[in-house]
Ligand binder design. Sequence first.
Ligand SMILES: *[C@@H]1O[C@H](CO)[C@@H](O)[C@H](O)[C@H]1NC(C)=O
Length: 456
Amino acid sequence: MRWFLSFLFLSFLAVVHALSSTGNRLLVILEDETEKSLYSTFWSDLEGRGYTLSFESPKSEQLSLFQHGARAYDHLLVFPPKSKGFGPSLTPKAVLDFMNKEGNVLLALSGKSSTPSAISSLLIELDLHLSSDRSAFVVDHFNYDTVSASEKHDVLVVPRPGPLRPDTKAYFSGEGVLAMPRAVPQTLGSDSPLVAPVLRAPVTAYSYNPKDDSGSMEEVYATGSQLALVSTMQSRNSARFTVLGSVESLEDKWFSATVKTPSDEEQTQTVNREFAKQLTAWTFKETGVLKVGKIEHYLAEDPADLNPQIYRIKNDIVFNMEVSEYEYDGYVPFELPSEDALQLEFSMLSPFHRLALQPTRKTDNSTVYSAAFTTPDQHGIFSFRVDYKRPFLTNVEEKHEVTVRHFAHDEYPRSWEISGGWVWIAGLWAVIGGFIAFVLVWLYSEPPSAKTKKTQ
Ligand SMILES: *[C@@H]1O[C@H](CO)[C@@H](O)[C@H](O)[C@H]1NC(C)=O
């Protein structure tokens, strides 16, 4: 009885505690303990979703991201440092090592103080760039909050972002506006497919340093939507890194602020709290995590014999793959974004087939994607491959080898089944038949009698 009750209690806990798909140990790097109370709603939201928060000062002696060579935490949340840098345990190399071991990082920046060079050198490694003027933040004279920044125009009010591209899922979209006070702008390297912006600045925004009194706007480093307020990078091992330009946007004050831009009629409530949830959920792998379940392939005429090692050329094959997506607290069937395709390749050195996998069936926690095709007229070692890499989704790379043999000697079609051969078969039998007929006629025809000859 007692074990049953504790079992019930545990399953109840599992239901109320949404958990990240990779772990719940979250290290928060916060230099000034007194600032902790500014973000109380943010902390309680994270704890409510099942994270165990450990707060450390970057100066702390015992701070280490690793223990016995393994990650000591699953996720890292870094608040902007007050001083020049983070100290020896949070060097760019340590953070990259943490990501190489599949740890996720959320880095918040602040335009209130200048960003240390250690941070910009870390970001350069990830192909994210900060302005060389490290005290600059984003200002916009059209999309600012008239309630709190009527003079300085440094509290940006921007709508929630929509989907980045039609073939990506929108994990950050929704209704409402966000307040981004004194956000540090980032620009994204153009040649990395791993970086993606989440929130771009409005077209009228620019980067500005209040301490730079010269007022010259001639050497602007980037403007408008070239500037990202929030950007992300997902490495090849699917570790995630998010840069949030404005740490202030996580404060209790901005979670429930009312804002008004010059063009608005009335004040509106910010949705910073919901956005902070979406952003941390994505970064700490509560959303956008794909998992491949069962993979099955078989002969179309013999579905009972699953995943055979060997096929023959010109066999009809069916391939099925279960794909699930993690959504806050469990796996659900994965839905492809509307304009995207999940493709199966059947390849030896290069693909012989590249086919779109179609959703055919759903289980409780996955969608079954299928394709049917005929093996090519080429024998050798082939593989079924699925290679699906999209912004905001973890990578799917599957490779399953099979052998494709040629026909056995008794598997070729018999000659008479090949209609193109009928002419030659008919010719052959005509010759044989003709020969026999000739022989019979020859044997049985009487020689001319000698008598007749004599009479002549
Ligand atoms: C989906 O559910 C099945 C059966 O309950 C389970 O075996 C499988 O591991 C689940 N898949 C995922 C991705 O959780």
